[in-house]
Design a protein around this ligand. Structure first.
Ligand SMILES: Nc1ncnc2c1ncn2[C@@H]1O[C@H](COP(=O)(O)OP(=O)(O)OP(=O)(O)O)[C@@H](O)[C@H]1O
Length: 222
């Protein structure tokens, strides 16, 4: 569950966000520079909003009124960055394990390394390095690393933009399946309105920081 109502001053305009999502996928579309990545980074705790409140799983993580700003590493969020941000000198297995938090948090619905690798079909790649796998495989490895954090919320910044149409549509279906299995909210940024409509239970457009709701028209044969 994520509830966020906040503003953030950006060069030349203000980003204003008001979202609430219990589970399912919130898809965010909008032109380049509109504020989509800034929205994700504010939710993740990597940037600080100018004002407002953010709650994740019922827990207040940011409040300008209470001067509260819980650091990113304590927010229990999985973040799939635009460029995947894999460590080139670590194997696939070590990259995925990097997502596993230190210590034992009994609240977390934790998956084992083997389960995550199997779920994403990348067991056979575990001893390779990021330079030895394809773009679609890198995307799966980055997703596996994000899932190892046992997140309460998954943020995906244009996760499929670098992929060929076939891999892209396979991974779109996989993301839907994972969301149903995990039952946590996903916020997914994409440039592609069709992708937003296929994946999103809610779709918003951000244009120079202004948020608009979009009606969903699901394609009959995605
Ligand atoms: N590090 C930064 N310093 C100053 N301004 C920035 C920085 N990062 C982004 N901006 C500005 O903030 C605004 C929002 O950027 P943001 O990256 O959130 O847009 P976006 O919608 O994600 O764009 P894209 O689709 O190109 O990734 C833009 O006007 C951008 O120029």
């Amino acid at each position: 569950m994520i509830e966020a109502k906040f503003g953030k001053e950006l060069p030349g305009f203000e980003l204003e966000i008001n979202i609430a999502l219990t589970e399912g996928i919130l898809a965010v579309v909008g032109p380049s520079g509109a504020g989509k990545t800034t929205l994700l980074q504010c939710v993740a705790g990597l940037q600080k909003p100018s004002w407002g409140e953010i709650r994740i799983g019922g827990r207040l993580v940011f409040s300008s009124r209470e001067a509260k700003n819980i650091p990113a590493r304590e927010r229990r969020i999985g973040y799939l960055f635009q460029d995947y941000a894999l460590f080139p000198h670590l194997t696939v297995e070590k990259n995925v394990l990097y997502g596993k938090p230190k210590g034992d948090d009994r609240r977390a619905k934790r998956l084992s390394l083997a389960e995550v690798l199997r779920m994403l079909g990348i067991e056979h790649l575990k001893n390779r390095y990021p330079g030895q796998i394809s773009g679609g495989e890198k995307q799966r490895v980055a997703l596996a690393r994000a899932l190892m954090t046992a997140p309460e919320l998954l943020l995906l910044d244009e996760p499929l933009s670098a992929l060929d149409p076939e891999t892209r549509s396979a991974l779109q279906r996989e993301l839907r399946r994972l969301q149903l299995e995990w039952q946590i909210p996903f916020i997914l940024v994409t440039h592609d309105l069709r992708e937003a409509e296929f994946l999103g239970d809610q779709v918003i457009r951000i244009n120079r920081g202004r948020q608009e709701e979009l009606a969903i028209c699901r394609p009959a044969f995605p």
